[in-house]
Each structure stands twice: as structure tokens, then as C-alpha cells.
Design a protein around this ligand. Structure first.
Ligand code: 13P
Length: 341
């Protein structure tokens, strides 16, 4: 049975000034899609080699406090035989685990999706904990249009997120609660703000109903941005002020840290937007990152599946980690992109 001390120790390790979380928990189909962009086949050995190189990056723990892994990675070993969760810990990085089982169409609600994976969750969490994981992640996604997401989708996904979070805390695992309002589509900044506020409001209503301790969870939301296909894109200052407005209305101050996903923003955009968020004045929560693509993309392209490129790939990852670390305290500048490492 979990103790509050156990959850608090994990929160203390994850929530550190100038640090954020690396999302390296791509599911089978998603990592195959990422590898395809560099012409690499998604074999188990290639996935092991890639994730080993990420975790073995020298000094990664200076900017990264936690890493979200996919189930198979818990069993993988680095080239020297060290289990990858242990390598993370040695770097000062807390290992976590994606526990949802992906999304399916929501029945009778065309265009909406629901995340599944609650059955047997407590048992699975026990196993993951034995393998070294100390926190968990569950992602809900919301498609945006004039009519989506439906009320039913907002309520069903909130309920699943809250049930997951309650089970996780009961098992002594800090839940990362990830409601992602998708960037796909041509919706406006204002429409994204409206949807994000409705989603977050319902998520916290459900978390309250399920007695989740806000102090012992992290929120991983999307930023408020216009749809990718909208001709009118937003400046980092606009993204920051709309995002802060929505968060202040919907997220209790007891939540220690908000770690954004990158959701299809380019690596530089994601860093600039996080920096602008941290320049909006003092907020009740830490504002940091839990990026997948925005941290990994340059490293993936530097690697291209070749052992000879491992060092270059690690340098590329460390650079994004360092710049996002700076952005998480509002100390990033565009000039840092080209400065020597
Ligand atoms: P991105 O930053 O690439 O959106 O990934 C974050 C994540 O964990 C998605 O579930």
C-alpha cells in the first residue's frame, strides 16, 4: 500500500527547478512512424539501441528529472548489460511508464476518441513498480472542430483519467495526467482556448470526485495554440497569455508542476513558447516540459540508426534538454540556438 511520503519523494525528485521530463514512451506503431522518417526499421534491437543512447547521454540528469518509458523498455539493457531503468536512476532521472493502452473511437460519437487500459491496471502497476517505475502516464486526446469534442467525450475521458490517477496513487505511483487537445485542424486560438478550458475543468472535477491528491500528481496539458492548418498562427507571447489564462481558471494551485507536451510544435517553437510562458509572471505551479518529439527529433535525425552517430545524437538531445531547462525558468534566448555547446 502506498504512503504519502512515497508519493512526495517522487514529486520532489521530478519537480526540480530548471528540469523537465523526457517522453520516450512511443507505442509500437508510433515509434515505427518516427523510425520511418530516418529510414530505420522498428525492430526490438533498434528500439533498444535508440532508447539506450538517449538514456546514456552524458549529463542528461542536469536538465531531465524524469523519463517516461514504454513497457518493453523496462526490460531492455544498455550495451554494457545495465538495465535501462537502472541507468536512468544512475543519471539522477526517475523512470516512469506509460500505462494507457491507446485510443479507440468513442462509440456513437463520430470523430471523438476514448483512451482505454483501466482493466487490470492495479496489477500492472505493481509489476512496473517492481521493475523500477515510480510514476505513470495516461494520455487522453481530443479532436477539435466546431462541434468536437462532444460533451460525452469530455466527460468519458475525464472519468478514465481520474480513475487511472486514483489507482496510480493507491499503488504509490505519481500519476501524470495528460489531456491533449490536438493541434490538427484549422481551428482558431480562441477555439483551442475554449476547448482546453472545458477539458481541464472536467478533468479536475473528475479528479476531485475520485479523491485524487492534487499535491501528488503532475498535469501534462497541451498549450493553447491555433490549429496547424489555420493561416493565423500565434506568437509565443499570445500562446503564453492564452495558455496562462486558461490554466489559472481551471488548475488548482495545489498541483506542483505543469509539464507541457509538445504535440507537433517544432523543437524551437516548443522551447520559445515554454520560455514565454515562464515570462508571464509568477504562477502557483512550476511550468516545465514533458516533450517527446520536441526533445528527440534532432537526436533521431542525427542518429539515423548508425552506431557511429551516437555521440552526435546525444549532443543534439542534450542541447534541446539544456535549452528547455533554460526556458523552464524563463532564461532562454533565440541566440542560444546557435551558440556553441
Ligand atoms: P510530444 O511532446 O511529442 O507531443 O509527446 C509527448 C507525449 O508524451 C505524448 O503522449
Amino acid at each position: 500500500m502506498a504512503t504519502p511520503d512515497e508519493l512526495q519523494a517522487t514529486i520532489d525528485a521530478l519537480v526540480q527547478k530548471g528540469k523537465g521530463v523526457l517522453a520516450a514512451d512511443e507505442s509500437g506503431p508510433t515509434i515505427a512512424k518516427r523510425f520511418k522518417t530516418i529510414g530505420v526499421e522498428s525492430t526490438e534491437e533498434n528500439r533498444r539501441a535508440y532508447r539506450s543512447l538517449l538514456l546514456a547521454t552524458p549529463d542528461l540528469g542536469r536538465y531531465i528529472s524524469g523519463v517516461i518509458l514504454y513497457e518493453e523498455t523496462l526490460n531492455h539493457r544498455a550495451d554494457d548489460g545495465e538495465p535501462l531503468p537502472q541507468l536512468a536512476v544512475r543519471q539522477g532521472i526517475v523512470p516512469g511508464i506509460k500505462v494507457d493502452a491507446g485510443k479507440i473511437p468513442l462509440a456513437l460519437a463520430p470523430g471523438d476518441e476514448i483512451t482505454q487500459g483501466l482493466d487490470g491496471l492495479a496489477e500492472r502497476l505493481k509489476g512496473y513498480k517492481q521493475q523500477g517505475a515510480r510514476f505513470a502516464k495516461w494520455r487522453a486526446v481530443y479532436n477539435v472542430s466546431d462541434t468536437l469534442p462532444s460533451r460525452a467525450a469530455i466527460e468519458a475521458n475525464a472519468e478514465a483519467l481520474a480513475r487511472y490517477a486514483a489507482v496510480s496513487q493507491e499503488q504509490g505511483m505519481v500519476p501524470i495526467v495528460e489531456p491533449e487537445v490536438l493541434i490538427d485542424g484549422d481551428h482558431t486560438l480562441a477555439r483551442c482556448a475554449e476547448v482546453t478550458q472545458a477539458v481541464l475543468h472536467e478533468v479536475f472535477r473528475a479528479l476531485t470526485r475520485h479523491r485524487v491528491a492534487f499535491e501528488h500528481m503532475l498535469l501534462k496539458p497541451s498549450m493553447v495554440v491555433p490549429g496547424k492548418a489555420n493561416a493565423l498562427q500565434a506568437t509565443p507571447e499570445e500562446v503564453a497569455s492564452e495558455t496562462i489564462r486558461v490554466l489559472r481558471r481551471a488548475v488548482p494551485a495545489a498541483v506542483p508542476s505543469i509539464n507541457f507536451l509538445s504535440g507537433g510544435q517544432s523543437p524551437v517553437e516548443a522551447t520559445a513558447n515554454l520560455d514565454a510562458l515562464n515570462r508571464q509572471g509568477l504562477q502557483p505551479w512550476q511550468l516545465s516540459f514533458s516533450y517527446g518529439r520536441a526533445l528527440q527529433e534532432p537526436a533521431l535525425h542525427a542518429w539515423c540508426g548508425r552506431p557511429a552517430n551516437v555521440r552526435q545524437a546525444q549532443e543534439a538531445l542534450l542541447k534541446r534538454a539544456r535549452l528547455n531547462g533554460a526556458a523552464s525558468v524563463g532564461a532562454y534566448g533565440a541566440d542560444m540556438e546557435n551558440a556553441g555547446d
